[in-house]
Each structure stands twice: as structure tokens, then as C-alpha cells.
Design a protein around this ligand. Structure first.
Ligand code: ATR
Length: 283
């Protein structure tokens, strides 16, 4: 990497950000694409948030990602939102334009693109989502946009699942939604775990009858790479994926928003795999 007086700056804000794989991945993507830019971590305290965009204006930051806990809190400070970000009330990618700072959300579209790359057919699919938090919401809205035929939502806190269903119906009145279905009939083309169950607790988020009724299973957790849900999928010989490619394509879409160029997907995936293996090596 060469840094000179023309190097452009990008970054990620959050608290904490030290665990993020994005600084390495995006900096390597710029290098691979011959773009003179670097991407830095910015650990931001909440009291600094109102002043952050002034600081980024002065320092000529061209764009940044937003992670926990600022995906919603950044909204009042932005000049415009994409349609998707506005609908979700959440932003993970911000770009500086002549019209000011524009917020986007690549959380849901990154998920869709990660499966489209594997030729998954969303149109007409019956899908079951576990969870009703921020990730589930982003993915559910993105699924509604690719014309799935039905969506089941299972969540520990039933009123959060109800609220998500109501929100989706406002946007797609024809979408067939079931909240907390008791039985898996008539089965699902896709089951997605959007809860944090399996990340640190070695638990499976759903009973075996729902797992066996699914033809494809995605756990959006990528660390650990093989969760109890994915182990169950393997046991029943159901094709499955962890969340690494969703993370990858969220980054790919951010890169494309910032640069207007196609992202170097293979180099970015290699970077993520290196970061992940380092996490295990350092344990
Ligand atoms: P994210 O932004 O990653 O989606 P989140 O908004 O905090 O994170 O959502 C976490 C999801 O995991 C929620 O659906 C949460 O269920 P509740 O709405 O009932 O809180 C779910 N979740 C987390 N821990 C759980 C547990 N131990 N059992 C069941 N569900 C759990």
C-alpha cells in the first residue's frame, strides 16, 4: 500500500470497532482496484456523534460504514437517506456527495446478493426467519423486495415479531406472513437464523422439525463458522451457509456505493477469511 498526499480516506464508526474486519478488507479492496484510498477504524463515543460529520467534512472523509450502536443514531445527522435506509430507519453505509451525506443500508441487500451468487431462487420461495431484531428487519424487507411468496417470523418476544409483520405489510400488502407458526407446514425453501443464539451459547435456535422441513439453511452468524444450527443442517444433509458471505456482500455493496466501480469480490473474501482465521489463531 502506498500513501501520499492524494490518498482518500474512508472508515468505520462504532463503539467498539477494534474487532471489525472492514479496515483490512476495504483497504485491500482499494489497493486491488488501483484506487488510492485507505479505510480506518473510528471508535466514536456517543457524545461526539453530533460533531462527527463536521469533523469528517473538514478532514475530507469520502465515506464510512456505521456499526453498533450508531446505525439508527446517525440518522438525524445525515442530509439524505436512500429509500431502503429510510424504510428501515437504519444506515450502515454513508457516502459524501455534492448533495451532502447520504445514508444507505446494505444489510439486507448484501444478504440477498450472497444467495443470488449461489443461484438461489427467491421468487415464490417460502421463507422462515428466526428473530425480529435489526438484522431480521433488514433481511425481511429485502426478501419482500425479491417477491418471496410467504414469510414466517419466529421470535422470543412475540410483540416484536408482530411489529415487524405490520411494518412489512405496510410495504407489501400481498405478502403472506405468519408470526410464530407452531408447525412448519408446508415447509420452507429457506430458513434464516437472525438471532444471536449459537454465537456464544452452543444452542440451536429452532426445533428439529422446522430444520427438517427446510431445503436451505443460513445462519447469519459467521463466528463461530459452524453453529449448532448449521451442524443440525449437516446432520440432515440440508445445504447451508454461515454469515460470512452476507458480511462480504454488505462490504462489496458499500465499496460499489463509494467508488461506482465493481468490487474485487475474491480479494475481499480472501481478506475476510484471513481475518477470521486470525481470530481463531489468537484465541
Ligand atoms: P441484530 O441487530 O443482530 O439483529 P438485535 O436487534 O439485538 O440484534 O436482535 C437480536 C435477536 O436475537 C432478537 O430477535 C432477539 O429476540 P428478542 O426480540 O426476544 O430479544 C434474539 N435473541 C437474542 N438472544 C436470544 C435468546 N437467548 N433467546 C431467544 N432469542 C434471542
Amino acid at each position: 500500500m502506498r500513501i501520499d498526499g492524494k490518498t482518500r480516506l474512508y472508515g468505520i464508526i462504532g463503539n467498539p470497532v477494534s474487532h471489525s474486519f472492514s479496515p483490512k478488507m476495504q483497504s485491500e479492496a482499494f489497493f486491488e482496484s488501483g484506487i488510492n484510498a485507505v479505510y480506518l477504524p473510528f471508535p466514536v463515543e456517543e457524545k461526539a456523534l453530533p460533531h462527527l460529520l463536521t469533523f469528517f467534512d473538514i478532514t475530507k472523509i469520502h465515506g464510512f460504514n456505521v456499526t453498533v450502536p450508531y446505525k439508527e443514531k446517525i440518522l438525524p445527522f445525515l442530509d439524505h437517506l436512500s429509500t431502503k435506509a429510510e424504510r428501515l430507519g437504519s444506515v450502515n453505509t454513508v457516502v459524501k456527495t455534492d448533495d451532502g451525506w447520504i445514508g444507505h443500508s446494505t444489510d439486507g441487500t448484501g444478504f440477498i446478493r450472497s444467495l443470488e451468487e449461489k443461484n438461489f431462487q427467491f421468487k415464490g420461495a417460502r421463507v422462515l426467519i428466526l428473530g425480529a431484531g435489526g438484522s431480521a428487519k433488514a433481511i425481511a424487507h429485502a426478501l419482500a423486495d425479491v417477491e418471496i411468496s410467504s414469510l414466517g417470523i419466529i421470535n422470543r418476544t412475540a410483540n416484536k415479531a408482530d411489529a415487524l409483520a405490520k411494518d412489512l405489510i405496510l410495504h407489501k400488502p400481498d405478502l403472506n406472513i405468519q408470526v410464530n407458526p407452531r408447525i412448519p407446514a408446508p415447509g420452507y425453501e429457506l430458513l434464516i437464523n437472525c438471532t444471536s443464539i449459537g454465537m456464544i451459547d452452543d444452542l440451536c435456535p429452532i426445533s428439529e422439525d422446522f430444520i427438517k422441513a427446510s431445503s436451505f439453511i443460513v445462519d447469519i452468524i459467521y463466528n463461530p463458522p459452524l453453529t449448532p444450527l448449521l451442524r443440525q443442517a449437516q446432520k440432515h444433509q440440508i445445504p447451508s451457509e454461515n454469515g460470512l458471505d452476507m458480511l462480504l456482500y454488505q462490504g462489496v455493496e458499500a465499496f460499489e456505493i463509494w467508488t461506482g466501480q465493481k468490487a474485487p469480490v475474491e480479494a475481499m473474501k480472501k481478506s475476510l477469511l484471513e481475518s477470521l482465521s486470525k481470530v481463531f489463531f489468537d484465541k
